[in-house]
Structure formats: structure tokens, C-alpha cells
Design a protein around this ligand. Structure first.
Ligand code: FAD
Length: 326
């Protein structure tokens, strides 16, 4: 049984790891590394986790899955000094502790995908589409070159992209059409000198930014002071086509409104636009499996925009597929 898994984010990697012993699994990933939205960007002086910031583990299955990553030092606790703002008003402060760990990848969030992919058969830099063939599916690259025939295809890419990739007659198309994903901007700022703020992570409401973290406060990162800022999904959706300069200017002014610091003079400024960052409405769906045409789909969008939800979708899908493949 040959299975192609499209997308090497946490859901695709989880599905691959839990099916690897019952089928011949090949992952196809369009980026140059595994991990998807759990990712990092580097310069000589700075590193930035511009996707997921940290994660928690609630279910026994996810806690067990994380054990080898903790043992090998791929993830660690982030005991951040956490603060909540409503506009610029401080609402709450606390220090995250060991009793309810907030995990980060070390030395970067990308380390997680690299670690999980190490024993898997994965094709990086390979954006694919699919085409029906006799008794199976052909995987095609972006130049329509044939990358092989597979019995099953599992799509683990964001909902809208899955709809474009999969055939209309996939029996779960209507359900996936209900899954709307929203955009987000990540602003990356690097400084020569530390800013005068006394927290490491801030959750913000009633502003156009929802999050600021001192990326350099996470263990394993370069010491050079760096901030990572996320816009709200709503603001990003309304400004997806704006020029980068205008977006940077607005987000910097929002940071100034919250922190009182002028960050527009940062030595390093970079922006990333996420078209599909987060599901608009949380809703728990089962993994989408169509045994008649041998297509399946999962991803964080089956439940909510969290690493544990993405893990769960890949884990549940693999569990159901193992029963089908028996
Ligand atoms: C800005 C931001 C902040 C976040 N913060 C947090 C947080 O603090 N805590 C938390 O728990 N979660 C957070 N999340 C959510 C978390 O990152 C996601 O829930 C999770 O990583 C999704 O994993 P996934 O496998 O479902 O999808 P993805 O990670 O999106 O994986 C899909 C993969 O498919 C690939 N792909 C797409 N199309 C193709 C194609 N045609 N061919 C080949 N490959 C393709 C993509 O390159 C990608 O690697 C955040 C997300 C964003 C964007």
C-alpha cells in the first residue's frame, strides 16, 4: 500500500509517523523544511519564530508524543514573564511555570519539524497536485512531471488549499467548504539594544495587534534583542493586499501604542504575510476519509488553530486509516 501525504506540517508528520509501519509513506512538502506553520527565520544576528509561538499539551496522546522531544532537548519550557493588555492598559501579569508547561522548540521552532521528519521519506521543495489514474492517484510536481503512483492520497494542507487540490467529488468537499481560514501578519524586529520592557510575552486585546514576544528571551536564541509581533486576524484580512511598507508602519505604531517604545528605528525589520494562519471558528470535526476514492484530509482546521489540534487531527486520521488498511 503506497500512501502520499501532502504537507509536512505537524498534522502530516504525525499521520506519517503513525502509518509508517503499515504502509509505504511518502511526504511531499513545498517548503525547504518540514514543520509548516511551526517555523523560524534567521539572519546572522537574529532569529524569529514567525509562526507558532509556543504550545501546551493537554491530552495523554500528545504528552506521550512529546516525551522523546523533551528527552532529546528539541523542546523546552518557556517560563515567560507573561502580560495581558487591553489596548495599553495592563490587565494581568504572571510568570509561566513548570506545572502547566508552555513548550518551545530549541534552538528554534523549526527544530521540531526537523526532528520529526528525520526518519521519514520526505520530498522537500516539492509543491504537488494530484491526478486520477488507473486504480490510484498520480502525484505531479509544479511542472506536471509525474512523481509516482499512489493508492491513497492524504492532504494535510490548509482547508482552502485542500479544496483546490482534491477532486470535487471527494465526499467531504461540502464540509471542508465551511472551514474558513484567516490571515495574519508577522512583524520581525531586531535591535542593537534591549528595549525598556519588563515582560517576555504579551497577549493584547482591542488593538490591531494580538501578540508581542521578546523572541530573544526564548532559550537557545541569539542574545541580540528581537521582538515578534502578530497582527490580529481581522486586521490582516482587511489589509491582505496592502503594501508591506504600510503594514510595517501601522504595526510599529501599534507596538508603540502598547509599549510606549518607538520600534520603527529597529536595525532589522521583516514582515511575513500568512494567507491561511488560523481557522475562523473552532469546531471539532472527524478526519475526512473517503474510502471509495482513497482520499483523506486533515489539519488543524479540523478543530482549531493550535499545534495540539493539528497533532490530534493527524493522529486520529492515522488511527482510522489503520483500521481501514487492516
Ligand atoms: C502566525 C501564527 C501563530 C501561531 N501561534 C500558535 C501558537 O502560539 N500556539 C499554537 O499551538 N499554535 C499556533 N499557531 C497554529 C499552528 O501553527 C498550527 O495549528 C499548526 O502548525 C498547523 O499544522 P498543520 O500540519 O495542520 O498545517 P501546516 O503547518 O500549515 O502544514 C501544511 C504544510 O503543507 C504544505 N503545503 C501546502 N500546499 C502544498 C502543496 N500543494 N504541495 C506540498 N506541500 C504543500 C505547507 O508548506 C505546509 O508545510 C499559529 C499559527 C500561525 C500562522
Amino acid at each position: 500500500m503506497k500512501i502520499a501525504i501532502i504537507g509536512a506540517g505537524i498534522s502530516g508528520l504525525t499521520a506519517a509517523m503513525h502509518l509508517n509501519d503499515v504502509a509505504d509513506i511518502t511526504l511531499f512538502e513545498k517548503s525547504r523544511g518540514a514543520g509548516g506553520r511551526i517555523c523560524s527565520r534567521y539572519t546572522d544576528a537574529y532569529s524569529f519564530d514567525h509562526g507558532a509561538q509556543f504550545f501546551t499539551a493537554r491530552t495523554p496522546q500528545f504528552k506521550k508524543f512529546l516525551e522523546p522531544l523533551i528527552e532529546s532537548g528539541v523542546i523546552a519550557n518557556w517560563n515567560a514573564r507573561f502580560i495581558e493588555f487591553r489596548k495599553s492598559i495592563i490587565m494581568n501579569r504572571r510568570v509561566w511555570g513548570e506545572e502547566h508547561p508552555h513548550y518551545i522548540g530549541t534552538p528554534t521552532m523549526s527544530s521540531i519539524g526537523q526532528y520529526l521528519a528525520k526518519d521519514l521519506n520526505i520530498n522537500l521543495n516539492t509543491e504537488v497536485s494530484i491526478k486520477k489514474c488507473n486504480q490510484g492517484w498520480n502525484i505531479l510536481d509544479s511542472k506536471d512531471r509525474d512523481l509516482g503512483k499512489y493508492d491513497w492520497v492524504i492532504s494535510t494542507i490548509p482547508a482552502e488549499q485542500s479544496l483546490q487540490l482534491l477532486p470535487e467529488y471527494f465526499s467531504h468537499t461540502k464540509a471542508i467548504e465551511q472551514k474558513k481560514m484567516l490571515g495574519c501578519y508577522s512583524l520581525m524586529l531586531g535591535f542593537e539594544q534591549a528595549l525598556n520592557i519588563d515582560w517576555d510575552a504579551a497577549l493584547i486585546s482591542e488593538a490591531d495587534i494580538s501578540w508581542i514576544s521578546v523572541n530573544s528571551s526564548k532559550s537557545g536564541r541569539p542574545k541580540n534583542y528581537s521582538l515578534l509581533v502578530h497582527s490580529t486576524n481581522d486586521w490582516a484580512e482587511n489589509h491582505l493586499d496592502d503594501a508591506s511598507e504600510a503594514v510595517i508602519k501601522h504595526l510599529c505604531s501599534e507596538v508603540q501604542m502598547i509599549t510606549g517604545q518607538d520600534v520603527s528605528m529597529a536595525q532589522h525589520i521583516d514582515l511575513h504575510r500568512w494567507r491561511y494562519a488560523n481557522i475562523s471558528r473552532q469546531a471539532k470535526s472527524k478526519p475526512f476519509i473517503d474510502n471509495a476514492i482513497k482520499i483523506a484530509a486533515c489539519g488543524d482546521w479540523c478543530a482549531k488553530g493550535r499545534i495540539e489540534a493539528a497533532f490530534r487531527s493527524g493522529f486520529d486520521l492515522a488511527k482510522e486509516m489503520r483500521m481501514l488498511l487492516k
